[in-house]
Design a protein around this ligand. Structure first.
Ligand code: ATP
Length: 361
């Protein structure tokens, strides 16, 4: 059992704040991902949970017990690093069993547990090889094996897939997700890759400049981003943003910019008009529709460029001065500079205050 709770955790290096007053509870057996751009404080947070770094302020609790003063080896956690850190001269079997050996676990038990970890990761046939005789993906599995061979309440993973090529990353992503189900423990995962965060996690904490911007399920982060930063970071290709003003026109709340006039309905229409009418309209490319013939309420534009993605085509359309990206099903037959009519799926639009980027729900 391991619920991990951070209360008002701050970490400064010299005068510089790397993690700023972080409050976060990771439930027992949850898969929580810390995601954000380089330098936002993800690794520092993980290292404080692990005990490799001490918080400047605040407290960390495992199952309600304070652990802030416990050294790493006294905490019930096991960590996988980006660099793998395998011992080059030891076999896979010795690498996986090393931590147990150091803990003076009896030899027979070590053998048994190493075998069990190797079975879980499907690397039984590699146990007598040295790291240099393994592929990148196999090395990654050995690194995971070293972590899971120890029965810990929480497994902490710091960018474990970043050294792998794109194809292998996709494969290992699914394997780690399945591993979480099999070992049924708390996983705290750090990545800068929003796709990894979306696909693997029960919940995602999006960080920026040492501050958690939003902590929620992948669906909620995607459907209801708390601010413009979260909206822009999560989703590929990224959300379109258009700056304009909010007004009531003929009884309908309406977004207006030089290029677009968009009536807002349902969840996209804020209950009250904000004091500051300057807003940013957010539209995900999959919520943009294109038609060759005019449609009432759609905006005429010109095809700027079309990029085939396989099942979909990413079409950039110029409307007045704005470039809007649409993700539409293949085939898309209009050529460059053709006129196209652009519509937006009602109820799927996002509004943010222009001043500070906060979502207006
Ligand atoms: P990345 O994805 O690049 O690993 P990150 O989100 O994990 O980034 P951290 O490694 O946690 O970010 O770093 C957060 C901030 O703290 C950065 O500005 C970094 O330069 C700084 N920092 C981290 N460790 C130290 C250290 N030991 N001494 C001084 N500054 C540090």
């Amino acid at each position: 059992m391991a619920e991990v709770r951070l209360e008002g955790v701050t970490k400064s290096f010299g005068g510089k704040v790397a993690v700023d007053n972080l409050n976060l509870t990771v439930e027992d057996q949850e898969f929580l991902t810390l995601v954000g751009p380089s330098g936002c404080g993800k690794s520092t947070t993980l290292r404080m949970i692990c005990g490799l770094e001490r918080a400047t302020e605040g407290h960390i609790f495992f199952d309600g017990k304070p652990v802030s003063w416990l050294p790493a080896n006294k905490r019930d956690v096991s960590m996988v690093f980006q660099s793998y850190a395998l011992y080059p001269h030891k076999t896979v079997r010795q690498n996986i069993g090393f931590a147990l050996k150091m803990m003076r676990v009896p030899k027979a038990t070590v053998s048994e547990q190493v075998l069990q970890a190797a079975r879980t990761l499907d690397i039984e046939d590699l146990l007598d090889r040295k790291p240099r005789e393994l592929s990148g993906g196999q090395r990654q599995r050995v690194a995971l094996g070293r972590a899971i061979v120890r029965d810990a309440g929480a497994y902490l993973l710091d960018e474990p897939l970043s050294n792998l090529d794109a194809q292998l990353r996709v494969l290992m992503r699914a394997e780690i997700k399945r591993l979480h189900v099999d070992v049924a423990r708390t996983f705290i995962y750090v990545t800068h890759d929003q796709v990894e965060a979306m696909t693997m996690s029960d919940r995602i904490a999006v960080m920026r400049d040492g501050v958690v911007q939003q902590c929620a399920t992948p669906e909620e982060i995607y459907e209801r981003p708390a601010n413009r930063f979260v909206a822009s970071f999560m989703g590929s290709p990224p959300m379109n943003f258009v700056t304009g003003e909010l007004a009531d026109a003929d009884g309908t709340r309406t977004f207006r910019s030089p290029a677009l006039t968009v009536p807002l309905t349902g969840p996209t229409s804020p209950a009250t008009l904000p004091d500051d009418p300057r807003v940013v309209l957010g539209i995900r490319p999959e919520d943009v529709t294109l038609s060759a013939a005019p449609v009432a309420g759609h905006h005429p534009g010109k095809v700027f460029v079309a990029e085939p993605l396989g099942p979909d085509v990413l079409v950039t359309v110029r409307i007045e001065g704005e470039l809007i990206k649409a993700r539409v099903p293949t085939p898309f037959r209009l050529g460059h500079d053709s006129t196209v009519y652009v519509g937006f799926t009602p109820n799927r639009l996002h509004l943010f205050a222009a001043a500070d980027g906060t979502a207006l729900h």
